[in-house]
Design a protein around this ligand. Structure first.
Ligand code: NAD
Length: 263
């Protein structure tokens, strides 16, 4: 028996990375999935690979008509909708003083307004099935602040705020709304913005004392994140709403003090 048997899910940003891995986990747990993204060819390939239980739809999360079409497809193909995973996002790396206002608007539109529109359009179909689960994928950047990612950080803190407000507003409809805050994600998101990002990041993780001060002796994986999303999507979390589920191996909790007991 799967943990998501008989569930119909819509996952945004599902053409690659966390979204694609989550779609696969959902299908493995018995769900049927609508994959939405702006990368059409990649998304179709992921859906084809998942077989009958998956279908791809072009969904730019900033376009309300795309949401209407995606929700309609879920209903026509699979009979309704139980789960929305607001996973799609974009990143920009740069100083506040250099930020272009149009780029800032686009980032906020994708990362914050997109999930808002998604929630807006799933309330009716989820209510028609006596409830559902919305999982908003934020980041550990929604738990703290870092230099160089002010736009992204603002958008992810905003997403946590949306989660809390929506959890209050939609509880009476049986709809739970939660945030997952991963400390891991796809390399493809980071690569374009930081020169030789991945090589440098992996070198850094071995070199910096910061790595030795983290409690887990490994990096997080996309599967770690997908597992948390599956749990929040499933009935196992049926009394959980409005939370931030941080999936970071306690990275943001504190530092291991060298020399202290159990270091
Ligand atoms: N990459 C990381 O290091 C990291 C860390 C923590 C959290 N996250 C979060 O995890 C989630 C998944 O990101 P990822 O790491 O898999 O990165 P990714 O870039 O591989 O995936 C993001 C997906 O969103 C899609 N997308 C972008 N704009 C869109 C739009 N307007 N409409 C629909 N889809 C759109 C992209 O095409 C892509 O497939 C995001 O919310 C991200 O902020 C990522």
């Amino acid at each position: 028996m799967g943990r998501l048997d008989e569930s119909v899910a819509l996952i945004t940003g599902a053409s690659r990375g966390t979204g694609a891995v989550t779609a696969r986990s959902f299908v493995e747990q018995g769900a049927v999935v609508v994959l939405g993204d702006v990368l059409d060819d990649q998304g179709r390939a992921v859906a084809d690979d998942l077989g009958e239980a998956a279908v791809f739809v072009h969904l730019d999360v900033t376009v309300e008509a795309d949401w209407v079409a995606a929700v309609k497809l879920a209903s026509q193909r699979f009979g309704g909708l139980d789960v929305l995973v607001n996973n799609a996002a974009i990143l920009d790396v740069g100083a506040i003083v250099d930020m272009d206002a149009e780029l800032l608007s686009r980032l906020i539109a994708v990362n914050q307004i997109g999930p808002y529109l998604g929630i807006k359009h799933v309330v009716a179909p989820m209510s028609a099935r006596d409830g559902g689960s919305v999982v908003n994928v934020a980041s550990i950047d929604a738990m703290e602040g870092s230099n160089g990612v002010a736009a992204y950080t603002s958008s992810k803190w905003g997403l946590r705020g949306l989660t809390k407000a929506a959890a209050m507003e939609l509880g009476r409809h049986g709809i739970r709304v939660n945030t997952v805050c991963p400390g891991a994600g796809s390399e493809e998101m980071v690569r374009p913005f930081v020169e030789e990002a991945i090589d440098r990041l992996s070198a850094r993780t071995e070199r910096l004392p910061d790595r030795a001060q983290r409690p887990f002796n490994r990096e997080g994986t996309l599967e770690d994140v997908a597992n948390a999303i599956v749990w929040l999507a499933s009935d196992e979390s049926s009394y959980v709403s409005g939370i931030d589920l941080v999936v970071d191996g306690a990275w943001t909790v504190g530092k291991i003090e060298p020399g202290a007991p159990f270091s």
